[in-house]
Design a binder for this molecule. Structure first.
Ligand SMILES: Nc1ncnc2c1ncn2[C@@H]1O[C@H](COP(=O)(O)OP(=O)(O)OP(=O)(O)O)[C@@H](O)[C@H]1O
Ligand SMILES: [Mg+2]
Length: 254
């Protein structure tokens, strides 16, 4: 069972007037097979947590530990983290001009599996995965995210998730900007991966509607750079009704 353990994580970014601490002691353990929803106000540091786990160079870890099965994740390069099984679906996926979706996916799969997938089976694998996500096959030949609509970008993230089969999947607002049908299709994709029991999921979201499709085992409230409360699925409903007031009082989050 793969386990991602985050302990007392502190992260800063370089702001105009010097370093600014964004994460202020995050504690979270995610095991393979579990789904954790993280909810919290804008600017509380959720994406910073996601990027820090994936190894984005803009974020400096100033304290704490992150381990995957006891291995020090913070010591790993971005590539090593991906190979170790950490996957990030970004809140704002970036364009990769000049690289087709098909090449991008094959290069990623090669890096992660340690060998190039056999072309014949690979083409079939991609086509089937795209089909399940109701993606037009023509997307395979388009440049990554170039001119993609918001919803198309999110589907492309889930396509990667399905093909790369990570141990830990961090989904940063994969549900935002999706129409009702796309939300269902994307959720079904996440659930297919989840049902293998081989992935631990960190689902960052603002909306309980995705949690109707993807039932979280745990819900965490994120405020002012750390997790301030944890509970079961019922906590999400409570947040929807009551907001974050009681968690942000005393310290502005943004
Ligand atoms: N380079 C930077 N310089 C200054 N502040 C930064 C920088 N990068 C991030 N921040 C700040 O860090 C805080 C946390 O941002 P983050 O994107 O992690 O929030 P979030 O919880 O994901 O919010 P949202 O729900 O809106 O996506 C914000 O106040 C943001 O302005
Ligand atoms: Mg964010």
């Amino acid at each position: 069972m793969a386990t991602l353990e985050i302990h007392d994580l502190h992260v800063s970014v370089e702001a105009e007037n010097g370093p600014r601490e964004i994460l202020k002691g995050v504690d979270l353990t995610i095991k393979q097979g579990e789904t954790h929803a993280v909810m919290g106000p804008n600017g509380s540091g959720k994406s910073t947590l996601a990027y820090s786990l994936a190894g984005h160079p803009k974020y400096t870890v100033t304290g704490g530990t992150v381990t995957l099965d006891g291995e020090d994740v913070l010591e790993m390069s971005v590539d090593e983290r991906a190979r170790a099984g950490v996957f990030l679906a970004m809140q704002y996926p970036v364009e990769v001009p000049g690289v087709s979706v098909s090449n991008f996916l094959r290069t990623s799969a090669t890096a992660i599996r340690g060998e190039a997938p056999k072309l014949r089976t690979w083409v079939k694998e991609v086509r089937e995965a795209m089909d399940k996500l109701s993606m037009d096959p023509a997307f395979a030949e388009r440049n990554v995210n170039e001119g993609f609509s918001g919803g198309e970008k999110k589907r492309h993230e889930i396509l990667q998730l399905e093909l790369l089969k990570p141990k830990i999947a961090i989904l940063d607002e994969t549900d935002s900007g999706l129409d009702v049908d796309a939300l269902r299709i994307v959720s079904e994709g996440v659930n297919r991966v989840r049902e293998t029991g081989e992935v631990g999921t960190l689902l960052i979201t603002h909306y309980t509607r995705i949690l109707r499709y993807i039932k979280p085992d745990f819900v965490h409230v994120f405020a002012n750079g750390r997790i301030v409360e944890s509970g079961g699925a019922e906590l999400a409903d409570q947040l929807e009704n009551e907001g974050y007031d009681k968690y942000v009082k005393g310290g502005a989050s943004a």
